[in-house]
Design a protein around this ligand. Structure first.
Ligand code: ZN
Length: 52
C-alpha cells in the first residue's frame, strides 16, 4: 500500500508527493532533511459552523 504524503521543500517550497521525501530536491538540490511533512487537508480553513 503506497502512502501519498506531501513533502514541502523548506528551501524553495517545491511540493513532493510520495511515501517519503526525495534524496535531494529536484529544484534546488536541497538535502532530504530540508523536506517537511505537510498535513493533508491543510487548505481547509477553520470555518466550521454548527448551525442546524
Ligand atoms: Zn527545493
Amino acid at each position: 500500500m503506497a502512502e501519498d504524503k506531501h513533502w514541502r521543500c523548506t528551501e524553495c517550497g517545491m511540493l513532493h508527493i510520495g511515501a517519503e521525501p526525495p534524496d535531494v530536491c529536484e529544484d534546488c538540490l536541497a538535502p532530504k532533511g530540508a523536506f517537511v511533512l505537510v498535513e493533508e487537508e491543510v487548505e481547509e480553513e477553520t470555518t466550521k459552523t454548527v448551525t442546524q
